[in-house]
Design a protein around this ligand. Structure first.
Ligand SMILES: Cc1cc2nc3c(=O)[nH]c(=O)nc-3n(C[C@H](O)[C@H](O)[C@H](O)COP(=O)(O)OP(=O)(O)OC[C@H]3O[C@@H](n4cnc5c(N)ncnc54)[C@H](O)[C@@H]3O)c2cc1C
Length: 432
């Protein structure tokens, strides 16, 4: 079994050839920090609107090194938000607008991928969230009702155990929530394709270059200064490492394993012919996909929060995490329990104090950011890219009025020392 090495997705297509590092002082109209989906989508929409812009993307390792090259490949239009709490304070209208805008992201990602010829094993499908206990069933019903009330009624339905078994056979399943209008992707192929796309549009990506500080008009890196009128921080789960941002978002890990390609005899027993993205309503919920080659990828929050917001680099999960993921595989797919595990890896995601994503842009300093997606950023990063582009260009679009833009954000408390309250919360969040 390979462990870490960034992710299975990257090993499947081969790590990219390194791009050039920054060499000395540089200038740009817009400097984007971080070449994951957020940074790359932002560059794409900026250059689509104004091809004359000088856009420079600064990446510490390589484009797609972070969560964008490691995730579960669920493109769902879901996002991290406290609908009820927000509606109570500010009204239901903005929440509905955000839900609606997020649902558009799936079609928009597919549209751009198709137009740009990005082959990311994209499969339009449905999301199937399984309940395997009465408590999970109750959570499923509550979530389906809540999401329907916020404008998703047209794409959400509940199915019983018999209907589920016709599609996918999960032992002990009592039913499932089905969400239509989603897609499965190969995440590294998408991020690699986006990087090529923005370069073709005229953006410059420098890799192996770490940003160490930023101030209005000026980005400091370990390889020289960059002067830029607009600076956009797109560092998500790594943000805690930047000076002044240690407590913005808690870096939590999510981990995955992938089996060998399974023989047809096993698929005949499991079903799953529709390539649905599959999860459950367990507290430490899982997310699975059937890959293009007929492997099963299983993901879950597994690695605990690391003291001092320490961030894993190469994506190597611990043995305990791998054992927990194997147990989920065996529980949901006993016919695949004996399959060889080819790869295990993990990645970091940003969790804000209130578990709600945020995006900000200050027209005075012209510094902006987006992130804190709490592990549902594949679609949210697309909305972020379009919105950061509009804010940078001064466009008064409907996107810049969505409720996550420039919302007040509370930071995490300081970490006194192990075993800290923050570490305990982190471990609780990861199901420990
Ligand atoms: C294991 C896992 C599974 C997930 N599964 C899903 C899923 O199925 N569906 C879903 O919607 N979401 C999922 N997510 C979340 C999703 O992948 C992320 O929300 C999304 O990819 C974030 O994109 P980003 O561009 O904001 O951040 P990232 O992709 O993390 O990119 C940030 C980039 O910034 C760079 N960087 C950081 N600091 C600096 C610096 N100082 N200087 C220069 N560069 C820097 C990093 O190297 C990195 O490349 C998952 C996340 C993980 C970890």
């Amino acid at each position: 079994m390979r462990k870490g090495e960034i992710s299975f997705w990257w090993q499947e297509i081969g790590l990219p050839a390194p791009r050039r590092q920054l060499e000395g002082e540089s200038e740009a109209d817009v400097c984007i920090i971080g070449a994951g989906y957020t940074g790359l989508w932002t560059a794409h929409y900026l250059l689509a609107a104004d091809p004359s812009l000088k856009v420079l993307i600064v990446e510490r390792r390589f484009a797609g090194f972070g969560a964008s090259g490691r995730n579960g490949g669920w493109l769902t239009g879901g996002f991290a938000w406290a609908h009820d709490r927000y509606a109570k304070d500010r009204g239901a209208g903005p929440v509905r607008a955000m839900v609606c805008a997020m649902q558009d992201t799936v079609a928009e990602v597919l549209r751009v991928a198709e137009a740009a010829g990005i082959d990311a094993d994209i499969c339009r499908t449905e999301e199937v969230m399984v309940a395997t206990s009465p408590a999970q069933e109750a959570r499923m019903q509550a979530e389906a009702a809540a999401r329907a009330s916020w404008g998703e009624a047209g794409r959400i339905r509940l199915i019983d155990a018999t209907d589920l078994a016709r599609r996918i056979r999960i032992p002990g399943a009592r039913g499932a929530m089905v969400v239509s209008g989603v897609a499965r992707i190969q995440p590294a192929k998408l991020v690699a394709g986006l990087a090529r796309l923005v370069e073709a549009q005229g953006a410059r990506i420098v890799e192996g270059t770490a940003v160490t500080a930023l101030a209005p008009g000026l980005v400091t890196t370990d390889r020289g200064l960059i002067r830029a009128r607009t600076i956009l921080r797109c560092t998500e789960g790594f943000t805690a490492e930047l000076p002044g941002h240690r407590r913005d978002w808690l870096p939590l890990n999510s981990a995955q394993i992938v089996t060998e390609p399974l023989p047809q005899a096993v698929w005949d027993k499991i079903g799953w012919a529709g390539n649905e993205i599959l999860g459950d309503f367990a507290h430490a919920y899982c997310y699975c996909q059937r890959t293009r080659e007929g492997r099963i990828a299983v993901g879950a929050r597994g690695v605990p929060y690391r003291f001092g917001s320490a961030i894993d680099r190469e994506g190597e999960p611990g043995d305990e995490t791998i054992a927990r993921l194997r147990a989920i595989l065996a529980r949901h797919f006993p016919d695949a329990a004996g399959a060889r595990i080819d790869h295990a890896w993990c990645g970091v995601l940003g969790v804000p104090r209130d578990w709600c994503a945020s995006l900000a842009f200050d027209p005075a300093t012209r510094i902006g950011h987006a992130g804190g997606y709490v592990g549902v950023g594949v679609s949210t990063s697309n909305l972020a890219g379009r919105t950061l582009a509009d804010l940078t260009l001064g466009r008064e679009s409907a996107l810049v009025r969505l409720p996550w833009v420039n919302r007040p954000v509370r930071r995490w408390e300081p970490e006194p020392g192990p075993p800290s309250r923050l570490a305990r919360i982190g471990n609780w969040l990861t199901g420990r």
